[in-house]
Write a protein that binds this ligand. Structure first.
Ligand SMILES: O=C(O)c1ccc(O)c(O)c1
Ligand SMILES: [Mg+2]
Length: 625
């Protein structure tokens, strides 16, 4: 199917928008009238530029407040429309979007609206233009797609059809199944937008918070399947009004948009009983099903690396191997592998110098397939410095610059065998080996990464589309320096898990500290044993205030001796039904990187976010003491 994007979805001038859309691989654009009016380019020049970039102009929009007016107004509106049709001929655009009248004086009279739209269609026909009538969710008389279709049907002119916009339909909880009853050839245009579920005025919601499919709370797959089942074969076009996208880099937004559309298109027509769509659908390489983390790599300056080594040893990790050609140590505990790079990460992305998670290695069944899928999803490939004998690990850059590696899960899990990529590491001399006392860590539960404000939604779509991780609901937490929004993503069978955080207002020390707080959460089977082993090794946990434990006494039935052990270990607790979550934190290195140890019991599936405000206040106290 053709893929298009509305210029309103991108930042910059019209020229910049066209270049960005073309670079991301779109076939066409919807030109927003304001973008044209503000452009120094004449319509013919816009047409020529679009053509030279390989873009069609699939829609010109919007034409407002046309129908449901008195006779004098109608004549005026028809003259107005005719000017625009002449302009569209210059522009080389053959479809105009007319949105339902949103003025308070619009008359709710289908006969009149149909007669007026028929006159508009007759005029449009003379210019070779088609009119696509869209019901705005806040239209005065017409605000449901079924109503717009009744009027179009009544008007009965071949140059008049409907434009369906997922936002206007799904924001009002309208049932999209009725779209199947509209003949496909009368659906002149399809606009796709997702949005987070919000209880607010629908116009404000639409103009500021739309996002790309897969980034919000609407089911765009089912919606679009209905439109395809009706027989629609026109473009899939993204029309996203979003305050952040308007202010972000247009090329990145366009790539994010294309990733979203590729994922959506790949999901279409797969339901059982779905009729075969008339439109040709592009499919992505098979989804990747990661079984967990192969490794997590941390980079740190030498002094900070020393502190990290102290924490890892106290947690029972041993420094077992060194990379054959790079300054990278492997720290190992059971099946958990952390890589510590203490001089120069050279991963092709920027590193501020503060300790940071620089790479995530995901264990996947077929790395080549994962790489192909990542390429199709426009994930930027990272250059690799590689000696000929080393394994050919492929990495792509996540939106925050973190390198994402695809590692063959191979025989991982079979006793005594190590994954192939670990052959790049050799055992250090015994004298260099740092042995910790094994503490029973069983895996990497999750990695938490603070995201740049502009790229939060992009990041969650990135992990979702490349690795098939399913996003959870957003959670908001009150940090002492502002609200933090958090979204967890987890693979099938709950591994691996990634937690993305962002400052709701895009500022605060948590967001600023050289790119934002990050943590690695390690899973264990006995939190008290790990806490005690860590303290016995001379490493203190993040201290939690006594008030927290007093409150626990009020709201839980935890026994006093348990609470006492929790207090000395800095351990926090959460419960969800029969499930329980126990966790504690280490000190923060460079004000940025910390470790968490967690124990999940029963079906607990969260991240202890009820305790996050206490944790973040404790971290602020730690930073200022
Ligand atoms: O917000 C608006 O006015 C507006 C204009 C054109 C559209 O296609 C739309 O969905 C909304
Ligand atoms: Mg629209």
């Amino acid at each position: 199917m053709r893929r298009s994007i509305a210029t309103v979805s991108l930042s910059g001038t019209l020229e910049e928008k066209l270049h960005a859309a073309a670079k991301a691989g779109f076939d066409g654009v919807e030109i927003f009238e304001n973008d044209l009016i503000a452009s120094p380019l004449r319509p013919r020049q816009v047409r020529d530029l679009a053509r030279s970039l390989g873009l069609g102009i699939d829609l010109y929009q919007p034409f407002r407040d046309f129908e449901g007016v008195d006779d004098a107004r109608l004549e005026h509106n028809l003259r107005r429309a005719e000017e625009k049709f002449a302009l569209m001929v210059e522009l080389g655009a053959d479809t105009i979007l007319v949105c339902s009248n949103a003025t308070p004086t619009a008359v709710d009279d289908d006969e009149r609206a149909a007669a007026q739209l028929r006159r508009l269609a007759r005029t449009a026909e003379r210019y070779g233009v088609r009119v696509a009538y869209e019901a705005l969710a806040w239209g005065s008389a017409v605000n449901r797609y079924a109503h717009s279709w009744r009027i179009v049907e009544k008007a009965d002119h071949p140059s008049l059809g409907v434009c369906l916009d997922s936002f206007h339909i799904l924001s009002r909880d309208d049932d999209p199944a009725g779209i199947r009853d509209i003949p496909g050839e009368r659906i002149f245009f399809l606009q796709l937008a997702d949005a987070p579920r919000m209880a607010m005025d629908v116009l404000q919601w639409s103009r500021h918070y739309r996002c790309f499919p897969g980034q919000g709370g609407f089911d765009l797959t089912t919606f679009t399947d209905h439109v395809l089942a009706a027989g629609y074969t026109g473009p899939l076009s993204l029309e996203v009004f979003n305050d952040v996208f308007r202010a972000s880099d247009a090329e990145r937004t366009a790539a994010d948009a294309m990733r979203s559309l590729s994922l959506l298109e790949d999901s279409l027509g797969r339901g059982s009983g779905e009729p075969r769509p008339r439109a040709e659908l592009r499919r992505l390489p098979e989804p990747v099903d990661p079984s967990g983390y192969a490794f997590v790599e941390v980079a740190a300056e030498p002094e900070s690396a020393r502190q990290i080594r102290g924490i890892l040893s106290a947690l029972g990790f041993a420094h077992t191997h060194d990379h054959r050609s790079k300054p990278v140590q492997m720290w190992h505990h059971g099946d958990v592998r952390l890589l510590l790079n203490d001089t120069d990460p050279r991963l092709g992305h920027t590193w501020s110098g503060a300790s940071a998670v620089t790479a995530l290695g995901f264990a996947v069944p077929g790395p080549e397939g994962a790489v192909k899928r990542a390429e199709r999803l426009l994930a930027p490939a990272l250059p690799r410095r590689r000696d000929p004998a080393e394994s050919d690990l492929h990495a792509v850059a996540a939106p925050d610059g973190t390198a994402v590696f695809f590692c063959d899960q191979g025989t991982e899990g079979e006793a005594g065998t190590a994954p192939a990529w670990t052959a790049d590491f050799s055992a250090p001399a015994v004298a260099d080996r740092t042995e910790g006392a094994a503490t029973g860590l069983v895996g990497i539960d999750h990695v938490g990464l603070f995201q740049p404000f502009d790229h939060f939604d992009e990041a969650s779509l990135f992990y979702r589309s490349l690795l098939g991780l399913a996003p959870d609901e957003n959670v908001e937490m009150a940090a002492p320096d502002g609200l933090v929004r958090s979204r967890a993503l987890a693979g099938e069978g709950t591994a691996p898990r990634v937690v993305l955080n962002v400052s709701v207002l895009g500022r605060g020390t948590r967001a600023d500290a050289d790119g934002g707080a990050q943590h690695i959460a390690l899973a264990c089977a006995d939190i008290f044993a790990v806490a005690e082993a860590m303290r016995a090794a001379g490493v203190k946990p993040l201290p939690i205030p006594d008030n927290y434990y007093d409150d626990l006494a009020c709201r839980t039935d935890l026994r006093p001796d348990t609470r006492e052990r929790m207090r000395s270990g800095g351990i926090l607790h959460d419960r969800d039904g029969d499930g329980e979550f126990w966790h504690f934190y280490t000190a923060t290195v460079d004000g940025r990187l910390f470790f968490e140890v967690v124990q999940r019991i029963g079906g607990y599936d969260g991240y202890g976010s009820v305790n996050s405000a206490v944790r973040m206040a404790a971290q602020r106290a730690e930073a200022t003491c």
